[in-house]
Design a binder for this molecule. Structure first.
Ligand code: LRH
Ligand code: MN
Ligand code: MN
Length: 388
């Protein structure tokens, strides 16, 4: 069995992966939303489910909220509820994609009244961040156009800058704005923040506390995502990851399910670019579980990230650098692949046990009876929070 050095274990011990509250609600595609018995009926129950993931893995100490999906009467109360369950509230995500007013844009809209409404929504999110103790405001914009000529591409960038400036200026000290990009969808011809370069240009114009969010499902097929990770780390602007995996478009499948090797390559660049516990980089999941059970889906996800992180930490970087220096192409590749092919699961199971955690969190959760309990207790679960 592979042994893990004290250095690697110390890094792994501090690993923290944020869970999205929306992963615990029902979701689906544009064709059908499948519901699961026991689906959370409110944000309190979503947090209770997220706390199960942390209790079984010690990997997921925070939960991201999405406003208005997770709007509650008292955020102080929600915060206390989370803390009582051993987790904390994390990133606040804004939402300008489910309102008729935003049909032609929100922060980029031609009409100042609609822009103001979208800005005010973000200011409400900043107020919520004060109550929840959140560091990050994450913005993903569903803005763009479907037809050439429909929109003034340049004017929209300028208005986006002005809107983001107003929001950024409202942030408290220690708070950050994180701008997420996505290639396409829901707009099909042009998107206002389609790529890391646009996100970078917009956040760099704001100030040091504006960063880029990289959602691993938001690129064209074949994109070298680890190159983008490297570049953003190099520029000091990688604020967060939304981890998930994809076969086709923005599939939001379990991270590491579609392409484990890509996850390894991405995590290697994180390790190379400042370390797994880099203070600037928030590791989050952004997934939806359409057909599988949600809590085990999230447990599987955080374990996938932990396993792949461990392999990335196992790369012999001294040997790799030597081979690279010598121009020894095949040896460099061997060193890299050796770490990728190492099965770290037995060592991680043993390490978990030594810390009083279940060796096999999936099995222990399944045996806990939690899913049967919530199915009985929670009658009348809410409909989809998110179906895209
Ligand atoms: C958009 C996105 C973004 C949203 C989430 C629900 O595709 O990835 O992060 O906030 O989905
Ligand atoms: Mn995302
Ligand atoms: Mn997405």
């Amino acid at each position: 069995m592979t042994t893990l050095s004290p250095d690697i274990l110390a890094e792994l011990e501090r690993q923290a992966i944020e869970l999205p509250s929306w992963a615990f609600g029902n979701s689906g595609t544009r064709f059908k939303v499948f519901s699961t018995p026991g689906t959370p009926r409110d944000p309190y129950e979503k947090i209770a489910d997220a706390a199960q993931v942390h209790a079984h893995t010690a990997l997921a100490p925070t939960v991201a909220l999405h406003i208005p999906w997770d709007r509650v009467a008292s955020y102080d109360d929600l915060r206390a509820h989370a803390e009582g369950l051993g987790v904390a509230l994390g990133t606040i995500n804004s939402n300008t994609f489910q309102d008729d007013d935003y049909r032609l844009g929100a922060l980029t809209h031609e009409d100042p009244r609609i822009r103001r409404k979208a800005i005010d929504h973000h200011l409400e999110c900043v107020d919520i961040m004060h109550a929840t103790g959140s560091r990050d405001l994450k913005i993903w914009l569903a803005e763009g156009s479907n037809y050439p000529g429909q929109a003034d591409l340049r004017g929209r960038q300028d208005r986006l800058h002005e809107s983001l400036r107003t929001i950024y200026d409202r942030l408290g000290e220690g708070q950050r704005l994180v701008l997420e990009y996505k290639l396409f969808e829901p707009a099909f011809y042009h998107t206002d923040v389609p790529d890391w370069g646009t996100s970078y240009a917009q956040v760099a114009a704001l100030g040091d506390r504006a960063m880029v969010c990289l959602d691993t499902g938001h690129h064209a097929p074949g994109t070298n995502i680890e190159f983008i990770v490297m570049q953003l780390l190099r520029l000091g602007r990688l604020g967060s990851f939304d981890f998930n995996s994809r076969f086709y478009a923005d599939d939001d499948l379990i991270v590491g399910a579609a392409d484990p090797f890509q996850l390894f390559r991405v995590l290697f660049e994180v390790v190379r670019g400042g370390g797994l516990n880099h203070p600037d980089v928030a590791f989050m999941l952004d997934q939806c579980h359409n057909v599988e059970d949600k809590i085990p889906g999230q447990i599987r996800s955080v374990l996938n990230v932990q396993e792949m992180t461990t392999r990335a930490l196992l790369v012999d970087r001294t040997a790799l650098a030597a081979a690279q220096r010598d121009g020894d192409v095949l040896e460099a590749n061997r060193v890299f692949m050796d770490a990728f092919y190492t099965d770290v699961r037995p060592a991680l199971a043993e390490w978990r046990e030594s810390r009083g955690l279940p060796a096999d969190p999936m099995r222990t959760f399944a045996a806990s009876g939690y899913l049967a309990r919530i199915a009985e207790e929670r009658v009348g679960g809410t409909q989809a929070d998110w179906d895209a």
